[in-house]
Design a protein. Structure first.
Lengths: 394, 74
């Protein structure tokens, strides 16, 4: 019985993965020969979330936030067939929602979070055989204010037709813990959240100047799926906890197409998402890679449109308490006012400038980039982020 | 997950694969080997973008792998 429950989350993804492997068309974020090369990459982001002075997103909740994130990646080629990498992520977060929960928790229950910001470490091993089969293993650990995550996974990949076809399948498991710090500062026993995510992808070269990629991501989540410190507003002005189902099944299908136009290239993408909470999301994306100065300088303008329907459980404000105090009967099972689960359209536009040169920081050619993105949502919650990146082969 | 959803997904991927065009030979791949012809050519860039989008949208896995293991609740 115990063994059965332990193995249950693995059965479906393993069955699917086995089917891919047996059919001889498995690939993962396929470690090609180049992907095993030793590299060092650093990236920083400054992210600003603007709720228009409280009007955007859910008007009854403050949602402004500022986040500084840094990521370091070091990959070492071990030999012709193996490479190992380590990725470290660190964040400093100032967010109205959890700053408020943290301050109240310290005075009401004395509870503290796991981490004032966020950090995450990930180790990865890649292997590629002579027959162009790739294997990947990874493990990760991370902490946020009220969240702790342990992850591991593996992937398979295969190149076929003189590398014209790349197939991949990978499975990721996350065994997470939610620290139950509530919006009013109270603290309950920690709750688990388990995620199994499987991704299947095929990349096909169409012509000497074009290729297409199709992917399907299937994800199952179980456990405490609400955000512990989120609250909902009742029509009498009182607040209650956010309550959401303890299971979420998510499917995402994406197609991307890339086409070279002389020295430039264009990338187009479309995606469809559906989950069992009632959200249907659609995304369209376009990127253009404009090369200048013999390809050393690249300008990358991008545009992305996203639209989603609201979850069945979303309301900006609820009528009456969830449990009728007279009858002690629940008037509704679930409730959320998280604006990310509401209905909205989003327009995102960005511009990235990349420069490839040798001799600035390393003798090897390095790529430096700076980018700025604006994301405007129809519910007046807007985001801006600036990125700085550098990577070099070692 | 319903079996028919699995089968449908596998069939779609099979169709894409088996309907593939004639393989492009190595000597025809010069343009395709340029970094800008990779879907995720810059390390960490697409990961970071996916993190931003999945934290503030109901969807996940749009143009990227599965993922999980983060709250993104702020």
């Amino acid at each position: 019985m115990l063994l059965n429950s332990l193995l249950k989350p693995f059965v479906k993804p393993l069955a699917v993965l086995s089917a891919f492997a047996i059919a001889g068309w498995s690939h993962a974020a396929a470690p090609t020969a180049d992907e095993l090369d030793s590299i060092f990459a650093a990236r920083g982001i400054v992210y600003q979330q603007d709720d228009g002075g409280g009007k955007g997103g859910n008007p009854s909740i403050e949602e402004h936030a500022t986040i500084y994130e840094g990521i370091l990646l070091f990959q070492q080629r071990l030999n012709d067939h193996n490479a190992a990498s380590l990725k470290a992520v660190g964040d400093l977060v100032t967010a109205a929602s959890y700053d408020d929960a943290r301050d109240k928790a310290e005075t009401v229950s004395g509870a503290t979070g796991y981490n004032p910001g966020r950090f995450n470490f990930e180790g990865r091993w890649k292997h590629r055989t002579e027959s162009r089969t790739g294997f990947t293993l990874f493990a990760s650990y991370g902490q946020e204010f009220a969240y702790r995550s342990t992850g591991y996974g593996f992937g398979l990949s295969q190149s076929l037709n003189e590398e014209s076809t790349q197939l991949s399948a990978d499975v990721q498991f996350y065994d997470d813990t939610v620290r139950m710090i509530r919006y009013d500062g109270s603290k309950e026993t920690d709750e688990p959240r388990d995620t199994t995510s499987s991704a299947f992808s095929v990349t096909q070269t169409l012509t000497p100047v074009s290729l297409i990629n199709a992917s399907w991501v299937y994800s199952e989540q179980r456990g405490m799926l609400a955000t512990s410190f989120n609250s909902i507003l009742l029509d009498n002005g009182q607040r209650e906890f956010e309550i959401l189902p303890d299971e979420r099944i998510r499917n995402t299908f994406s197609v991307r197409y890339k086409h070279a136009i002389k020295s430039d290239s264009v990338q187009l993408g479309a995606s469809y998402y559906k989950d069992n909470w009632g959200i249907i999301g659609r995304a369209l994306e376009a990127r253009y890679f404009y090369h200048l100065s013999d390809g050393k300088l690249t300008l990358e303008p991008s545009y992305r449109f996203y639209t989603q329907s609201a979850s069945h459980y979303f309301e900006q404000q609820f009528q009456g308490p969830r449990v009728n105090p007279q009858t002690d009967q629940a008037t509704r099972l679930y409730q959320t006012s998280d604006s990310d689960l509401g209905s909205f359209d989003g327009h995102s536009a960005g511009l990235t400038l990349s420069y490839l040169t040798a001799g600035w920081l390393t003798k090897e050619p390095s790529n430096y980039d700076i980018g700025f993105n604006v994301y405007r949502r129809s519910d007046e919650l807007h985001f801006y982020w600036l990125t700085l990146g550098w990577y070099t082969k070692l | 997950m319903p079996v028919h959803t699995l089968i449908r997904g596998a069939v779609i991927l099979c169709l894409v694969t088996t309907s593939a065009c004639t393989p492009v030979r190595f000597n025809e791949r010069e343009r395709l080997s340029q970094p800008d012809m990779a879907f995720d050519s810059t390390p960490l860039k697409s990961d970071l973008e996916a993190d931003v989008y999945s934290a503030r949208e109901g969807a996940t896995g749009v143009f990227s792998g599965g993922g999980g293991g983060g709250c993104g609740c702020y």
